[in-house]
Design a protein around this ligand. Structure first.
Ligand code: NAD
Length: 361
């Protein structure tokens, strides 16, 4: 007998504009719509040229470009950006770039209450969430606050044309991870599940095309569309074992964010498979496969992404520590998380074994 529907769903007041060229053609209008006249544009050093083009399009509505974003938002980087925003009398912030640039924009919004417009250039999905992160003394703190949710998100697939293929692939699989865990989240709901399935279908279909022809605007557009949907799933639900484990691997062992998600996802899905049949069925439909973990690993492998945690620089001695840290925390997951269970999946991911679904222990 099936279970009656039982869910809560809350829409967030975020606006999305999606079109080629929108970073320069639509951002000024979005800023004006919010009544802003003195925005600070933030970005990372590698994204400065793109951010300056957005700043030029903003003309007199932009008071400066601050190109100091760094991965995981070190607290001193956030402090400096807040200082700059105050010195310049900014009345809003436009973050142009990947999760790191948007993370810095969120840190400014958190501290100052200034409204944020996000112009993402990767598939990480931060622009669709109210989650902020700050790193201090090597430890990353995260939290949720509606003040950091971008008021407007401008998706411009042209910005992603130069995203290198290896990063496009891992960032795309990072997005798939959001959708996968949203499908078995305790706060999943029918609309989010539809977005997750469509997001996986769009992203998994687009990535081989992006890898084959990185300048194919249509393929880039489909990937960014998938990233939007997967990011919306991340923003609407509570993530489980996969995100927690990647947080530990990134935070404690400094592994690269998107590549870590890419390696770990098949193994976590194999671990959770027997406890989340509905989620696995949706992923099977979206990926056109009977074996989701293996198909995801093959997708990554075919597109040249890393296949093991050893390749990413993790040491064998770190596995037990990572497993204990991951098992010690509290978060929802469809299958019970034990230190032994995590160690088993981590060992497989470390070696890059064929991911196999297991029955619950
Ligand atoms: P990133 O922003 O650090 O970007 C990775 C690299 O790609 C950088 O060197 C950047 O300059 C470069 N880059 C970005 N866009 C480019 C483009 N279009 N062309 C060429 N180069 C480009 O990495 P990311 O994976 O986007 O974001 C990771 C960070 O975001 C992590 O700190 C993660 O924790 C955070 N994140 C937060 C959330 C959230 O909801 N708060 C969600 C996802 C990720």
């Amino acid at each position: 007998m099936s279970t009656p529907l039982d869910f809560s769903y809350e829409t967030r007041p975020a606006r999305v504009v999606f079109r080629p060229g929108a970073s320069v053609t639509a951002t000024p209008g979005e800023v004006a719509r919010l009544g802003l006249h003195r925005v600070l544009v933030v970005c990372g050093s590698r994204g400065e040229t793109t951010a300056r083009a957005v700043a030029d399009a903003l003309g007199g509505a932009c008071v400066g470009v601050h190109a100091e974003a760094r991965m995981h938002v070190p607290v001193e980087v956030a402090d400096r950006a807040v200082e700059v925003a105050r010195e310049l009398g900014a009345d809003g912030c436009v973050a142009v770039g990947g999760g790191s640039a948007i993370g810095l924009g969120k840190a400014i919004a958190l501290r100052t209450g200034l409204p944020l417009v996000a112009v993402p250039s990767t598939y990480a999905g931060s622009e669709m969430t109210s989650v902020w992160g700050l790193t201090e003394h090597g430890a990353k703190r995260t939290g949720r606050d509606l003040a950091v949710l971008p008021r407007s998100v401008v998706y411009d697939p042209e910005l992603t044309l130069g995203l290198p293929v290896p990063l496009s692939v891992t960032s795309g699989i990072n997005a798939l991870a959001h959708a996968a865990e949203a499908l078995y989240a305790p706060d999943a709901s029918p609309l989010v599940s539809l977005m997750a399935e469509e997001g996986v279908r769009a992203m998994a279909g687009a990535l081989p095309r992006v890898a084959a022809a990185p300048g194919d605007l249509d393929a880039r557009s489909r990937a960014l569309y998938g990233a939007w949907l997967c990011g919306a799933c991340l923003g609407a639900t509570t993530m489980g074992l996969h995100h927690k484990l990647c947080h530990v691997l990134g935070g404690t062992f400094d592994l690269p964010h998107a590549a870590t998600h890419t390696v770990v996802l098949p193994y976590v899905l194999a671990y959770n498979a027997s406890a989340a049949p509905g989620a696995l069925a949706a992923l099977s439909r979206a990926l056109g496969t009977d074996d989701v973990p293996r198909a995801l690993r093959e997708l990554a492998g075919t597109l040249g992404a890393p296949q093991s945690l050893a390749e990413l620089g993790l040491k064998e001695a770190d596995l037990t520590v990572a497993a204990a840290q991951t098992a010690a925390q509290t978060y929802p997951n469809p299958r019970e998380v034990t230190a032994n269970g995590v160690l088993g999946l981590l060992t497989a991911a470390y070696e890059g074994w064929d991911p196999r679904s297991e029955t619950p222990r």
